[in-house]
Design a protein around this ligand. Structure first.
Ligand SMILES: Cc1ncc(C[n+]2csc(CCOP(=O)(O)OP(=O)(O)O)c2C)c(N)n1
Ligand SMILES: [Mg+2]
Length: 656
């Protein structure tokens, strides 16, 4: 190895370990072991622009092993993208720019929040899908304006996660040749040897999944790492998995042991590390030679790659002005629905399931928004959710309908990756009960403030015959309790229209979860698409000063309206509040909230799901707090007492 490369790598090792020791918290093992991989990738391959961290055609670097954040932070500092030396010294401290795991939107240059293992690999597949779609859409002979790689650094733990396997299986199937996964293969994980838990033949496994497999026997041999990456970049039809053998905690007294994985080194151990690496530079500093090397080989190389791209773009603009104008809409994420004149509408009184309405509105949205892409987890026939322009794949990279297969968790993380790419908006769908399978990816979307859209059908026990395993009960409460997550449960077509328009609005800084019914629901006079954007509104006013109100949403709105009208006939005035989105309602002014939830009213909440969340809005809740039962839907309403008579009686017994 060249002496300057060697100095750079040892600086990353020592400064990284010192940052962690200073923080009294962090993961030195991966920093010491994988420093040569990251150094090689950044100084010889990655094209990023320190002057514009959002440069559209930059290579994307996904640190799936988020516990290696220190490595990423040092790269962002040395490449000049962001982060000062003081930021590095503030690792893991309150309000620092260098939190424990990388956080999207918090630290400039971080492409995605990572930490929950496996998620990064899966989202990287979404990045690669977005890239290939845009490349197919815009590139012209000799003018590859979209041409970036998606690099992933993962550990052994990432590869034990189901989500990573779901996603890699799909990536291999799709032949995403711009996806390159670098595996920090150190045979050690938190609790000890990887062999305690895994004995996979990685070569056979990943080749069978449709990947190229390359092995680098010694991660310290950076020319071999470099060559492997170059080979991967030249792959024309397959993603590449590079297994790079490293030694966890390289240079530390306890290198090769799991004890170095996540425990800061003592000062004595740091001394020994420095001795073993023959490293004598001052503490927590990068030598000028190192800074210069990164400036030349990452910063300046990146800027010149970006300049070349800008040059290419000027030619593109001249030759293909229309395509250029369209491309700029992606670059600036500038898609908005200009008119809803031809949006599907439904007549009052007409009954249809809200899932069918969701599907039809989505099809319409796809005609308006060329940047939306997604699909279902093998349930299009049930969810009615599909992307436009045919099935996305090797033969049709312009297809916007992704057949995810039964891979819910990867589906949701891939959806996030598509959204994170920039300019694109991912959506996906499944049965609501199986949202359990993808919740961690929605949670990450919420943490990142991503506007990914998660669409679900079969939102209550009204699934019926399939029984308790298929009947959601607690899922609404689960998602509603998730911070920064907009859960909308529309009651009919008008509310579904409002929900879908809201979900795909430009500039949302939260994910949207929309649930829909399996069964047909009447389209109501009383509903309002605009009301959805306020979260809740009074759908039925029994009298000017009604003493009571129902708070409800989804399929139970029509039921409550009937009950309220029956009570009205008895001279009892009960308003009906439709509350499709608690999240949006909570964002309204106190004045608005008070105008909907009047202090003078006693309220009963009605929803075919867990009652837990509704006590904030009602003194009595009619919910379902048991698992469901297999039976025809016609019997379900009686079984759980979701009938006009039962609700009428319960209201009288409990509120009056
Ligand atoms: C989903 C998930 N489960 C558990 C963890 C906690 N965790 C972080 S790193 C790690 C060990 C992973 O081993 P490996 O990827 O080999 O990392 P190395 O020890 O080699 O750095 C564990 C269990 C996590 N971050 N995410
Ligand atoms: Mg490991």
């Amino acid at each position: 190895m060249n002496s300057i490369d060697s100095l750079c790598i040892n600086s990353l090792r020592v400064v990284g370990a010192e940052m962690i020791t200073k923080a009294k918290s962090g993961h030195p093992g991966i920093v010491l072991g994988a420093a040569p991989i990251v150094h090689t990738l950044f100084t010889r391959h990655i094209n990023i622009n320190a002057q514009d961290d959002k440069w559209y055609n930059r290579d994307r670097f996904i640190l799936s092993a988020g516990h290696g954040s220190t490595l990423l932070y040092m790269m962002l500092h040395l490449s000049g993208v962001s982060l000062t030396m003081d930021d590095l010294k503030n690792l893991r401290q309150k309000d620092s720019m260098t939190p424990g795991h990388p956080e999207y939107r918090h630290t400039k240059g971080v492409e995605i929040s990572t930490g929950p293992l496996g998620q990064g690999i899966a989202s990287a597949v979404g990045f690669a899908i977005a890239e290939s779609y845009l490349a197919a859409k815009f590139n012209q002979p000799g003018l590859s304006v979209i041409d970036n790689n998606t690099f992933v650094l993962c550990g052994d733990g990432d590869l034990q996660e189901g989500i990573a396997m779901e996603a890699m299986s799909l990536a291999g199937h799709l032949g995403l040749n711009k996806l390159i996964i670098l595996h920090d293969s150190n045979d050690i994980q938190l609790d000890g040897e990887v062999s305690f838990a895994t004995s996979d033949n990685l070569k056979a496994k990943f080749e069978a999944m449709g990947f190229n497999y390359i092995k680098v026997e010694d991660g310290n041999d950076i020319d071999s790492v470099d060559e492997a990456i170059s080979t991967a970049k030249n792959s024309s039809d397959k993603p590449t998995f590079i297994e790079i053998k490293t030694i966890i905690g390289y240079g530390a007294p306890n290198s090769g042991e799991s004890s170095i994985h996540g425990k800061p080194m003592s000062q004595d151990d740091i001394k020994e590390l420095r001795k073993n690496l023959e490293y004598n530079y001052p503490e927590l500093e990068f030598a000028n030679e190192v800074k210069e090397f990164y400036k030349k080989n990452v910063t300046e190389r990146g800027i010149s790659a970006c300049n070349e791209w800008n040059h290419l773009l000027r030619t593109y603009e001249k030759k293909y002005p229309e395509e250029y104008a369209e491309l700029m809409k992606f670059v600036y994420d500038d898609f908005e629905i200009d008119s809803v004149d031809d949006i599907p509408t439904w007549k009052v009184g007409e009954a249809e399931s809200t899932r069918k309405e969701m599907g039809k509105i989505l099809d319409w949205l796809s005609t308006k928004l060329p940047n939306i892409m997604g699909g279902s987890a093998d349930l299009t026939a049930s969810t009615m959710v599909k992307g436009a322009d045919g099935i996305y794949g090797k033969d049709n990279p312009l297809g916007r309908n992704i057949k995810f297969g039964v891979r819910e968790h990867a589906m949701a993380a891939i959806t996030n990756g598509i959204t994170l790419y920039g300019g694109m908006r991912g959506f996906c769908a499944g049965f609501f009960v199986f949202s359990d399978y993808l919740k961690p990816a929605v949670r990450l979307a919420a943490i990142m403030g991503l506007p990914s859209v998660f669409l679900f059908s079969h939102d209550t026990v009204c699934v019926g015959e399939d029984g308790p395993t298929h009947q959601p009960v607690e899922q609404l409460t689960m998602f509603r309790s998730m911070p920064n997550t907009n859960v909308i449960r529309p009651a009919d077509a008008k509310e579904m229209t409002g929900a879908m328009l809201h979900a795909f609005k430009k500039d949302n800084t939260y994910p949207t979860v929309i649930t829909s019914s399996r069964q047909g629901l009447p389209n109501l006079e009383e509903t309002s698409a605009e009301g959805v954007s306020k979260g809740a509104y009074v759908a039925y006013k029994a009298a000017k000063d009604s003493k009571y109100a129902f708070v409800t949403c989804g399929s139970e709105l029509s039921l409550c309206l009937e009950v309220a009208k029956k009570l009205k006939a008895d001279g009892i005035n009960v308003d009906v509040i439709s509350m499709p989105s608690i999240y949006l309602f909570e964002k309204q002014s106190d004045e608005y909230k008070k105008s909907i939830l009047k202090d003078s009213q006693k309220r009963m909440a009605v929803e075919m799901g867990s009652s837990l969340g509704w006590y904030k809005y009602a003194s009595y809740v009619k919910g379902i707090d048991t698992f469901g039962k297999s039976m025809p839907i016609s019997k379900i309403f009686d079984e759980y007492g979701f009938t006009v008579d039962e609700i009428y009686n319960e209201f009288k017994e409990n509120l009056m």
